[in-house]
Design a protein around this ligand. Structure first.
Ligand code: NAI
Length: 249
């Protein structure tokens, strides 16, 4: 795969899946806009590491994707630096798992703002430039939780990811035939998002996965990068499960 002269914006790129997407795209010569919100040190280290290894241009942009004016500013900064954005990876996301009784409107809205409205706004502002170039790839990081609902503890997260899947299909229609819009739906992935899970829960879940383990973030990044590439030129409006064969029956 070659992304020479391409420019990708990755949200939440300093940790977990987003970081691995950045590492892989850099390896394939892609110029990068690395978005972060709170993980400044991780973002700086990642930029340094990739610049030392590859001949690509990288900018770091701090933006909270729940804040529309910060999103607008990030897109303007990116266009000033590169003149275009070819690839948008809507990766940043949050989960706030609690018992049903402890669920609150404030947390529900925060999750929707981050996981669904953020990707919508990013697509809107970035999509405008992609349309001008008649070229673009948007990859949304959804979840199997947006397809199957397993745990009431994450019902707000599940709803946000179901919404993101709906958004993916709508945007694919709206931007056709110029921008491919797809999503990956990972199952369990070994990232900071799951650092609070206790060992016995992980063991129980592993038994439901045909591969008997969580995915590594690299295994998810590979699929995201494929969808962002011209190798996937005829894949559009699609949701790809990457869950190792999850069997909850
Ligand atoms: P992570 O917690 O390492 O990554 C999420 C990133 O998003 C973090 O760097 C965080 O700082 C950033 N972020 C959160 N809110 C933000 C905001 N308002 N503005 C900008 N950045 C923000 O965890 P992971 O697992 O790498 O998550 C990446 C995506 O993968 C998320 O959308 C998550 O929902 C999704 N996913 C993760 C799964 C897992 O088991 N870890 C399974 C299925 C989907």
């Amino acid at each position: 795969m070659d992304f020479k002269n391409k420019v990708a914006l990755i949200t939440g790129s300093a940790t977990g899946i987003g970081k691995e997407v950045a590492i892989l795209l850099a390896k394939y010569n892609c110029n990068l806009i690395l978005n972060y919100n709170t993980s400044l040190n991780e973002a700086i280290n990642l930029k340094k590491e990739l610049e030392n290894k590859y001949q690509i241009k990288i900018i770091l942009v701090k933006a909270d994707i729940t804040n529309e004016s910060e999103i607008k500013k990030m897109v303007e900064t990116s266009i000033l630096a590169f003149g275009k954005i070819d690839i948008l990876i809507n990766n940043a996301g949050i989960a706030i798992d609690t018992t049903f009784e402890d669920k609150t409107k404030a947390n529900f809205l925060k999750i929707l703002d981050t996981n669904l409205v953020g990707p919508f706004l990013l697509s809107k502002y970035v999509g405008k430039y992609m349309l001008e170039n008649k070229y673009g790839k948007i990859v949304n990081v959804a979840s199997t939780n947006g397809i199957d609902t397993n745990y009431v503890e994450s019902l707000d997260y599940d709803a946000s990811k179901a919404g993101l899947i709906s958004l993916t299909k709508n945007l694919a229609c709206y931007y056709a035939p110029y921008i491919n819009v797809n999503a990956v739906a990972p199952g369990w992935v070994d990232t900071p998002m799951n650092k609070e899970l206790d060992k016995s829960f992980i063991e129980k879940e592993n038994k439901k996965i045909l591969l008997n383990r969580f995915a590594s973030p690299e295994e998810i990044a590979k699929v995201i990068v494929f969808l962002a590439s011209d190798e996937a030129s005829y894949i559009n409006s699609e949701i790809i499960r990457v869950d190792g064969g999850y069997n909850n029956g």
